[in-house]
Every structure is written in C-alpha cells, then in structure tokens.
Design a protein around this ligand. Sequence first.
Ligand code: PAF
Length: 279
Amino acid sequence: MRIIRSRTELATLVAQWRNAGETIGFVPTMGSLHNGHLTLVNALDGQATRRIVSIFVNPIQFDNAADFQLYPRGLEADAALLEGTGKVAVLYAPDGAEMYPEGFATRITVSGLDGMLCGADRPGHFDGVATVVTKLLLQTGADIAAFGEKDYQQLCLIRRLVQDLNLPVRIKPVPTVREADGLALSSRNRRLTPQQREQAPYLPAALRACIADIQAGKAVDACLQSCRENLKSHGFNVHYLDLRSGDTLLTTETLTPDARLFVAASLGDIRLIDNMAAA
Ligand code: PAF
C-alpha cells in the first residue's frame, strides 16, 4: 500500500491506472478507522481493480472548532489497519493546504437536503461535506465510491450531487455496522466515558422499540413523542427523532415502504446519530 500526500502524485498514478484499464474504487474517511470503514473497503470486493482510501479530517465540515480539534487522529494505526486488509492500493492523506490552498473560495450546496435533520443545527456542515467529497471524487477518478448508511443524510446528499453534477461515479450504499449491543460504529464512540458507553446502546434499542410500536399500528406522532421522552429519561439530549422517507428525507406520518426512523441525540457533548428502516 502506497501512502500518498500530494494531489499531483495521486493524479500521475491515477492516469497510469486509467491507461492500463484499471477501475478505481474509493472509500473517503476522516480516519480513526474501525470495522465500519473496513466494511466499506470490503464492499468494493469485485467492483474495482484498485482501491483508494482517503483520510482527511475536513475542517470545513465542522461547525465547531473544538470538535475539529478533538476529532480522534492516528494515521499510523489507520495505515496499519488498511495495510492489513491486503486490499488497498493507496492511502491518500492530503493535508489542509493541499486540499484548501490559499484563496480557496468555492462551496457546493445541495439545496433542500442540507437544511434538515443534522443540517438544521450544524450550519455549513453539509456544504463542507459536499465540497470535500466532490474534490476527492475528482482527485481519485473513482468509478465507484462506498458510503455508509449510518450517515444516511450524507449518502442522500452525495447521490444527489453526483447526479446533478454528472460525476462519472457509482455510489454504493453500505448497511450500518453495529457492536454486539447494537450501538452503530462511529469514531466518536471512542470519546464516550465508560458510563456513557453503557448508556449508548439504549439509542438503537429505543429506535427498534419505536419501530415495533409504529408497526403495531400505534399513531406515529405518539410513538415518536414517547420515544423522545424515553431517551431523555435515559440521559440523552434529543436533537431530532423523525420518521422520514428514505428517498426524499421528507417527514411522513404513515408507514410508507421507504420510511426510516432518524435520530440524533447527545450524551454529554458526544453527539450520536442512527437510523433504521421502519417498514
Ligand atoms: O463520513 C465521513 O467520514 C466524512 O463526512 C467524509 C465523507 C469522509 C467527508 O469528509
């Protein structure tokens, strides 16, 4: 596995691959890798002849400077993990100046999808994601790129921008990977205190219970309200809990076939998100 830090070095290699008829699979990450990321790498088995994983903690998608500073980083451990898969040709790890040189002034906005759910209380977050993902897709020349369903809104937004900008890449959604106790894998889980880590699995458990109630025919509004109250009584600060279409992300009051339950809730200052198909 080659570790590449420069855009031009990556461009040269990608051009060589293209000439040799290789196809390129891509997994964008912010590092602090866990099994969820490795699942994204594995999801590209048989889909591309070369795989690139990027690690870049993208400053412009953090709405809070402290969160950016505290975001866990560990390039050596991450590189060892990727090397261990035997599947990754290149780890692309540009620095801030490589991605956003002096004078950088462009932002990509995916209107509508950026203002709801996590976009409502994280202004600018999804512009930052859309901008960096567009740059990374262009830099890597990816034919296919894998995105986890854990960040479902991000996945929808990337699909939209790829379609709108006619980017020649296929987006592959990958189901959420969970711990044995149900907690969705996330780099942020490492920042939970032992006590918060014990509380955290209540989040997916509450989603499952809420979905069971909705499926049993109880009124959606009442189910959501009692789930919010349950989460609060288990120490969560609930930012949103909504039943929405998995296609349009618009709220729905009935159990449509594409309905998903979406939640963001914090334990202390650690924000956790999750979502599940409801139908
Ligand atoms: O999901 C993430 O880790 C990030 O949002 C991404 C897609 C790597 C863009 O920085």
